[in-house]
Design a protein around this ligand. Structure first.
Ligand code: NAD
Length: 349
């Protein structure tokens, strides 16, 4: 199986590349532009393998994409390259529109032109998995879950750009017949996560004895999924998902942000006892503009049709994650020098 993974130097992309190359023995071409979020250190375990290749290229570059498809002749595309941080999208949305919308369009066109040139059997087997987020559905109240049929209602420039790209992917299926499948996943966490997002930022600030910023009152709820569970889900959806369909991915692990931060403090206090409980470092800060109250996923289609189950619950996954950061300072120390946790995404005034 020859698979193009875009964004394979990012957080989820690198977990997927490790899964495909090491566990599944697939031949992988990782296409990544290496923005601030791309990190080849996350691919150290696959870098020397014969079934892994890396191409530094921008998915908005149509000539480079056409060349990559012609050279590698993929049987499957798994598209993860994106600008992914909501706060950055509030500070400046241009890169999000460019990569997430124009980049997805460019990649769909490259895939279509490659797919149209295939023999019948190869055309039928070809898959384009578009990887997206549950944030496209907007915000839930205290009850209910996002289903695949929930209407789109994105709040942030990030989620609006992802919603646009989901519509493009579906339209390329309906209009041109390209065998597209879409996945919408809840918040991920785990090893190799860039320390601008809540969980790695909290772990590293707590370890350094620095303030632990919590937006608003910390009552926003997210449905957390361990990144390796997501990688397995993506592999299954690309292999066996129904063409033209959407699959929601989530671990049934809803937590308020404040409880996530407290849990990390408790695990760290146990593994690396400090002078005072780390909870004392919690600092409530101005809320994110347009902050969605609650996300929660109904993953029953993925579980029922494809037999997927999350292997980690939040407590087991967070314990593994904290332990990983304690053992892998070589990976995150250079990133902390480049980004020390400055607040992003506040509107002026
Ligand atoms: P990430 O920010 O860690 O990684 C994104 C990767 O894409 C980086 O390696 C970056 O260099 C690359 N990239 C950015 N612009 C590019 C371009 N123009 N051309 C080629 N490569 C480019 O993101 P992530 O958290 O790993 O998310 C991966 C995908 O999963 C995204 O599409 C995101 O929307 C989606 N997703 C993320 C989450 C989450 O919790 N992180 C949840 C659901 C869905």
């Amino acid at each position: 199986m020859r698979v193009i993974v875009t964004g394979g130097a990012g957080f989820i992309g690198s977990a997927l590349v490790r899964h495909l190359v090491i566990e599944r023995g697939a031949e992988v071409l990782n296409i990544d532009a290496m923005t601030y979020a791309g990190n080849l250190a996350s691919l150290r375990d696959v870098a020397g393998r014969a079934n892994y290749r890396f191409l530094k290229a921008d998915i908005c570059d149509s000539a480079a994409m056409a060349q990559a498809f012609a050279d590698f002749r993929p049987e499957r595309v798994m598209h993860l390259a994106a600008e992914s941080h909501v706060d950055r999208s509030i500070t400046g949305a241009a890169d999000f529109i460019r990569t997430n919308v124009i980049g997805t369009f460019t990649l769909l066109e490259a895939a279509r032109s490659h797919w149209e040139g295939l023999e019948t059997a190869a055309r039928e087997a070809f898959r384009f998995l578009h990887v997206s987020t549950d944030e496209v559905y907007g915000s839930l109240g205290t009850e209910g879950l996002f289903a695949e049929t929930t209407p789109y209602d994105p709040s942030s420039p990030y989620s609006a750009s992802k919603a646009s790209s989901d519509h493009l992917a579906k339209a390329w299926h309906r209009t041109y017949g390209l065998p597209v499948v879409v996945s919408n996943c809840s918040n991920n966490y785990g090893p190799y996560h860039f320390p601008e997002k809540l969980i790695p930022l909290t772990i590293l600030n707590a370890l350094a004895g620095q303030a632990l910023p919590v937006y608003g009152k910390g009552e926003n709820v997210r449905d957390w999924l361990y990144v390796e569970d997501h990688a397995r889900a993506l592999d299954l959806i690309a292999a066996r998902g129904r063409v033209g369909e959407t699959y929601n991915v989530g671990g049934r692990n809803e937590r308020r942000n404040i409880d996530v931060v407290r849990r990390i403090c408790a695990v760290l206090d146990e593994l690396r006892p400090g002078a005072a409980p780390r909870e004392e470092l919690i600092a409530f800060v101005a809320d994110r503009p347009g902050h969605d109250a609650r996300y929660a996923i109904d993953a029953s289609r993925l579980e029922g049709e494809l037999g997927w189950r999350a292997q980690e619950d939040f407590d087991s996954g967070i314990a593994k994650t904290v332990a990983w950061y304690l053992d892998n300072a070589w990976w995150w120390e250079p990133l902390r020098e480049r980004y020390a946790g400055e607040r992003l995404g506040l509107r002026a005034g």
